[in-house]
Unconditional design. Structure first.
Length: 57
């Protein structure tokens, strides 16, 4: 079965009123295959939505 996408990105935009990391902040998760075709997961926790948008661009 072939893959539909080379990577899957999930974003949780629940953000606080001020720049913060940890609970109630922006989270980005990326699931993709490495050079040996093993699934790898990376997560990012930018402090602001603007930083998250830059990371996703």
């Amino acid at each position: 079965m072939s893959r539909l996408f080379s990577a899957y990105v999930i974003v949780d935009w629940s953000a606080a009123a001020k720049p913060t990391t940890g609970a109630d902040s922006v989270w980005i998760g990326v699931l993709k295959r490495d050079v040996r075709f093993r699934l790898t997961f990376e997560s990012f926790n930018p402090a602001t939505r603007q930083e998250a948008e830059t990371k996703l661009a």
